[in-house]
Design a protein around this ligand. Structure first.
Ligand SMILES: CC(C)(COP(=O)(O)OP(=O)(O)OC[C@H]1O[C@@H](n2cnc3c(N)ncnc32)[C@H](O)[C@@H]1OP(=O)(O)O)[C@@H](O)C(=O)NCCC(=O)NCCS
Length: 263
């Protein structure tokens, strides 16, 4: 009985000691948080100053500048013995919040901005594509449609070889389209809009951005969709695309190829 009491006392003392050590550590973390917020507040002053110097929304969130900042802070983290991955993730989140702040300052936060797609967007494009193409999978009863099974390395390879545009709403990627020039034809593909924003004109705007990318040698734009995708067919026909031919890919799925002359 006595031995049991002693063991319990020792355990309680150990618990108290670790509880107070944890409290001390938390106090230190709170102190560092205060310093961090002070530094973030100062960064905000400079970001707001930069925002006033940028005439147009597309200059906000310049991907090259973002990569420069991330690579710089990774180097600083390495010098200081900090975990560079943690610093990078923290910075990417903070930069995204500051981009939204700048866009809000310019009155652009809710207005989607069309910009160039880059390899750095691959992860977000993959997520967007998988979410958007579920409706197509439901139409054809096929969860293995190519946009749904494309892997990240495949997408990275594709993006490094093609032209592309993205639609951003604040720092959120809400749409994308890819295109490739082949002689006189601009092949447009994977037009994708976030499900919650479909039907608000983004698809049409991305299609126009892809067409505007065509070099002088290009005389027409070509794309395809499935024969049961009535909404897509309406969208393309409304934008000047005319059915050229049909190709049965497999039972239940026929591709409708459409073409539009470009000026
Ligand atoms: C097709 C898609 C890119 C169109 O983008 P969007 O921003 O919704 O298009 P817009 O708002 O500019 O134009 C609306 C038109 O798009 C078409 N459309 C296709 N799917 C649609 C959807 N789920 N919701 C609304 N419109 C859709 C319709 O023709 C619609 O016009 P309507 O009002 O006459 O029906 C988008 O719906 C999407 O991502 N779909 C899933 C992926 C896909 O099928 N991509 C095309 C592959 S060929």
């Amino acid at each position: 009985m006595c031995i049991l009491l002693l063991v319990n006392d020792a355990e309680a003392a150990r618990n108290n000691a670790s509880e107070s050590a944890l409290q001390e550590v938390r106090t230190e973390i709170d102190r560092v948080d205060r310093q961090l917020v002070q530094e973030i507040a100062e960064r905000e002053i400079w970001v707001r100053a930069a925002g006033k110097l940028k005439a147009m929304a597309p200059a906000v969130g310049d991907p090259e500048r973002v990569e420069q900042v991330v690579s710089r802070v990774r180097d600083i983290a390495a010098d200081m013995g900090a975990d560079a991955d943690v610093v990078e993730r923290t910075y990417r989140t903070m930069i995204a919040a500051f981009i939204d702040l700048e866009l809000d300052q310019q009155g652009f936060l809710d207005a989607p901005v069309i910009g160039r797609l880059s390899v750095a967007d691959a992860g977000e494009v993959l997520t967007l594509q998988r979410a958007a193409y579920v409706s197509e999978a439901q139409i054809y009863g096929d969860p293995a449609l190519p946009p749904l099974v494309q892997t990240l390395p495949e997408l990275v390879a594709e993006l490094s070889d093609c032209l592309g545009h993205k639609a951003l709403r604040g720092s959120r990627l809400v749409g994308a389209v890819r295109s490739v020039m082949d002689g006189e034809t601009l092949h447009i593909g994977r037009l994708t809009v976030a499900p919650d924003l479909q039907g608000s004109g983004l698809g049409t705007a991305l299609l126009a951005a892809a067409e505007a990318d065509a070099g002088p040698e290009v005389t027409s734009a070509a794309l395809f969709t499935g024969h049961l995708s009535a909404g897509n067919l309406r969208l393309y026909e409304r934008n000047g695309y005319v059915e050229e031919r049909r190709e049965e890919l497999k039972p239940g799925l026929t591709l409708v190829h459409l073409r539009k002359p470009l000026p």
